[in-house]
Ligand binder design. Sequence first.
Ligand code: G4P
Length: 293
Amino acid sequence: MYIQWYPGHMTKTRRQIEADLKQVDIVVEIIDARIPIASRNPDIDAITAGKPRLVILNRADQADPTGNRSWATWFRKKGWSVLETDAKTGTGINQFSQVIQGVLKEQIARWQEKGLVGRPVRAMVVGIPNVGKSTFINKVAKKKSAKASDRPGVTRGKQWVSVDRSLELLDTPGILWPKFEDETIGMHLAFTGAVKDDIMDVETLGCHFMAFLGEHYPQTLMQQYKLPEVRQRMPEENEVAYGYELLCACGAKRGMRISGGEVDTERMSRVLLDEYRGGKLGRFTLEQPPEET
Ligand code: G4P
């Protein structure tokens, strides 16, 4: 997936979602618990307004448990239901059906009053690439279906997936793009590997990530890269400069030198991002819920 913005494709997705919305009872929005802001397309709120919503905080195993709790509270305050999952191992998945039934309890009771017994709940599943949508759907449906292409311009057919007699899922028609409203969003998507590193040079990306770790998880840097101490960033200090200092310190500890003795900060950046994505650094939540005004 590339960072370029494809407004035309998003328009197509929006129209498809709008058209299919009439057929569903609830919208299930899958987001990446590590980056709940960057991994959402906020346009979904307007497109699906009026439909009950269940937010799936997927990749909960990769995010900070405290962060998961804060985000769950924040989404619940918006009136949405929340379920934390790890679609890879299946943690939380077996509660999905039950949570859906709970959210739509009154609707289901009304169906029963009308004699519509046995009508399955129909849920539309939306999510930007890399949140784990395919893995989630396959786990819920206990299937291993082929992953539809994420390439822009490749049209996918409508995908109804039957979970059991009481639940059917509609996989998002089209690709839901992230919304690159600012550089931070692109950067967070790059940290997690949702977009390619080439949105900015890898060294700058590494500096920003180091700065995040230095400020929020200094212990991790001390343990992983054997730094004796990590100082906090000064209030006015430039984030990149602070991250660069840490990158140099970690690279030196790992013996990454280029000829002349300088630390190979580019290599250290790649190592840092690889180790993070490979789960070697721990569980971090890269974004905090916005303060309510
Ligand atoms: P997408 O449809 O939203 O684009 O994402 P997809 O399901 O293809 O998942 C992308 C990668 O993320 C997969 O790993 C998948 O196993 C992993 N993944 C999905 N959900 C979770 C989760 O909750 N926790 C963790 N830790 N990983 C998750 P992959 O490396 O591409 O494949 P594989 O190694 O699983 O074969």
